[in-house]
Design a protein around this ligand. Structure first.
Ligand SMILES: N[C@@H](CCC(=O)N[C@@H](CS)C(=O)NCC(=O)O)C(=O)O
Length: 231
């Protein structure tokens, strides 16, 4: 059974795994499940109703989800220590960065960008509440304003001694971080020079493996920006 990747093209959570399978050189088939994630058929396989998810032989339930867990599983299964170091000390940097990205950076990126991307926000967020438009924009802006200090942590810590997180080659943490940061193009933030250079380094080192899935995200942002300007 060929590895199957269920995905949504405009999503950076999905972009991470789409970049990973290409960078890893794994045989895979991708299915665009836009509009299907809530279906009984999809939920029978992936009860969270989330993407990215993979279906692969050997998985206890036949499928799994969560972008970083998927990358950790496949890299470990294939022995891809260039993407996910076996050396525990280097791996500690990769794991720490990935958990930080998912639990601290990503929620702020989502709050700062989803309203402009016309993505539905999570229940309980100001953006999905009955707050006024001004209240929603002020919450969006507060999230955006909090992002630069978080990014500086990657500069000062995760990338202080090496061009990539955990070493000299892009790891799954770089794939996850760079993909996440693609959404910042729709914010009012100006990326610092070190971060622009880092993003370029990740993309030029990974080549088409990065650029092709990034094209879907960038295309969506261009469309959303165009619509915002037109409306
Ligand atoms: N932490 C998860 C987030 C997954 C997630 O939120 N996926 C969204 C897309 S960005 C999803 O599939 N939502 C269901 C839908 O939009 O139909 C990951 O990194 O994989």
């Amino acid at each position: 059974m060929t590895l199957k990747l269920n995905m949504l093209p405009p999503s950076v959570n999905n972009m991470s795994v789409r970049v990973f399978v290409r960078a890893a050189g794994l045989p895979f088939e991708e299915e665009n499940v836009w509009g299907q994630t809530g279906s009984d058929e999809y939920k029978a396989k992936v009860p969270s109703g989330l993407t990215p998810s993979i279906e692969a032989e050997g998985l206890p339930k036949g499928a799994m989800w969560e972008s970083c867990a998927v990358m950790m599983y496949l890299a470990s299964r294939e022995g891809l220590t260039n993407l996910y170091p076996a050396d525990l000390e280097r791996r500690s940097m990769v794991d720490s960065a990935n958990f930080y990205t998912l639990s601290i950076l990503y929620p702020l990126v989502a709050r700062a960008t989803y309203p402009r991307l016309s993505f539905s926000g999570y229940p309980g967020e100001v953006s999905t509440s009955d707050a006024s438009d001004e209240g929603k924009e002020s919450a969006r802006k507060a999230a955006e304003d909090a992002i630069p200090a978080i990014l500086e942590v990657y500069n000062q810590f995760f990338l202080a001694d090496s061009p990539f997180i955990g070493g000299d080659e892009p790891s799954i943490a770089d794939i996850r971080l760079a993909s996440t940061l693609e959404f910042l193009a729709i914010t009012d933030l100006e990326l610092p020079g070190w971060l622009q250079e880092y993003m370029e380094r990740v993309e030029s080192t990974l080549g088409d493996a990065y650029s092709e899935p990034a094209g879907d995200v960038r295309g969506y942002i261009a469309q959303a920006t165009g619509e915002a300007v037109a409306s």
